[in-house]
Each structure stands twice: as structure tokens, then as C-alpha cells.
Design a protein around this ligand. Structure first.
Ligand SMILES: C[S@@+](CC[C@H](N)C(=O)[O-])C[C@H]1O[C@@H](n2cnc3c(N)ncnc32)[C@H](O)[C@@H]1O
Length: 219
């Protein structure tokens, strides 16, 4: 599915989030902090936005962008050909990196797509150095408040229709809606982070509570 939408992925992101998606990625990068001359991994890097912001923001960092979709990685390589980011094909369930390799690991919109979020988080914990940081951006199920009908309508109809018109793939964007509604709420996801061994776990929500950024540390 990600291979199929790679060419239109960035356009859909900008339109669907009303141009706010890059602000959330910048928040991810600021929260991860400067790895100094250490390595930082942006897992599920897709077309490379978070990896590129890391590289721009922290001049000495050695940035690795990892993903299992080769089409996504090819888009990333084309878009950021003038950087020294290392692009790496890898599966988040079984990372091809030694224990304690990274000062930080970031990812955007990964956990909703894996069978076992706890397993991926334990794998990220393994490749982090002691004191290393994890920062995760994803959609969260909307809260049942006064705006819920509006937000639900946008997820159920607005996003798949845009997906059809802009990316010619309504199914991929209906999947986004379904996987968001079925995903952990922000408080429950924080518990999964803690269960995977992370300390100082916290989170912040954006866009009417439909986007969450979670963070934690390997002690
Ligand atoms: C929605 S895109 C997010 C891309 C990017 N992080 C962003 O901020 O826009 C999700 C990405 O996760 C990747 N992905 C999903 N499951 C994965 C896995 N098990 N291992 C590695 N990458 C995975 C997909 O190939 C896709 O590029």
C-alpha cells in the first residue's frame, strides 16, 4: 500500500492536515533534541521529512532514515539528494542495527500500521543507547466531545474522498481512518511505551486531539 501511494504521499499530507503536518514533525525533532555527533534513526521515514528536519536542525548529527517501502525510500532519496542522510531498507519489527546504536529514534505514523506496537517499541529500546530518546508521532482516535461528529465525518468521508481525488487511492485513505479509530488512545499508548521499558513517558495532542506525539527515554 505504501509503495503505491509514495508519489502522491506528500501532497495528501499537506492537504489533509491543512498544512500543519510539518509543524508536528518539527515538534518531534525538538523533543528528540540534539544527538550531538551521535546517530539518530528516523524509522518509517517514508518520503524522509522527519529525517531531513533532523539533518537541517542538528548539523553534526548522523541521520539514518529507515523504511521497508522501497518506493518511499526512493522518493526520500530524490527529495533530499543534497543531504548526507543514509537511507536504509529495514523492518521495524527486526531492526538490522546493533544494541545501543542510536542517541535517538523518531518515527511518524508507524505504530498504527504494525501488528504488535509493544514488539516494535522493545526493538527500538534495544537499538537506543542508555539515556537515548524515542519520539513518536501518530494519529489518535478522536475524543468523544462536542466536536466528535464533525471530526468523525472528516475521517470517515473527507479523508477517503480526498484520497480518491488527489492520490487516486480511496482505499489507502479509508485504511488511515479505520486504523486510527482502532488504535490506542493517547493514554493507553503511553502505557505501551512504559511496558516496553521506557521511562519519563509523556505526550501532547494536536489538531483537535486527533494527532499525538509521545516520547520516552531508555534509562
Ligand atoms: C504514513 S507513512 C509515514 C512516513 C513519514 N514518517 C511521515 O512522517 O510522513 C508510514 C511509513 O511507515 C512505513 N512502515 C510501515 N510499517 C513498517 C515496518 N514494519 N517497518 C518499516 N517501515 C514501515 C511505510 O512503508 C510508510 O513509509
Amino acid at each position: 500500500m505504501f509503495d503505491a501511494i509514495a508519489g502522491r504521499y506528500d501532497l495528501m499530507n499537506r492537504v489533509m492536515t491543512l498544512g500543519q503536518d510539518q509543524q508536528w514533525r518539527k515538534f518531534v525533532v525538538r523533543t528528540a533534541g540534539d544527538p550531538g555527533q551521535g546517530c539518530t534513526l528516523d524509522l518509517a521515514t517514508g518520503t524522509g521529512d522527519i529525517a531531513a528536519l533532523m539533518s537541517d536542525t542538528y548539523a553534526n548529527a548522523r541521520v539514518v532514515g529507515g523504511d521497508f517501502s522501497l518506493n518511499m525510500l526512493n522518493e526520500a532519496k530524490k527529495r533530499f539528494a543534497d543531504t548526507d542522510i543514509l537511507w536504509h531498507a529495514c523492518d521495524a519489527n527486526c531492526l538490522p542495527f546493533a544494541d545501543g546504536s542510536f542517541a535517538s529514534v523518531t518515527f511518524g505514523y508507524l505504530l498504527r500500521n504494525v501488528d504488535d506496537a509493544g514488539k516494535v517499541l522493545r526493538e527500538v529500546h534495544r537499538v537506543l543507547k542508555p539515556g537515548g530518546k524515542i519520539v513518536c508521532l501518530d494519529t489518535t482516535p478522536p475524543e468523544k466531545n462536542v466536536l466528535y461528529p464533525l471530526v468523525r465525518f472528516y475521517f470517515r468521508f473527507g479523508i477517503p474522498v480526498m484520497g480518491k481525488l488527489l492520490a487516486d487511492d480511496a482505499a489507502a485513505y479509508a485504511y488511515l481512518t479505520g486504523s486510527t479509530m482502532d488504535f490506542y488512545n493517547a493514554a493507553a499508548l503511553a502505557e505501551v511505551f512504559a511496558g516496553a521499558g521506557f521511562t519519563h513517558v509523556g505526550y501532547k495532542k494536536f489538531m483537535l486531539g486527533t494527532i499525538g506525539v509521545h516520547w520516552g527515554e531508555k534509562s
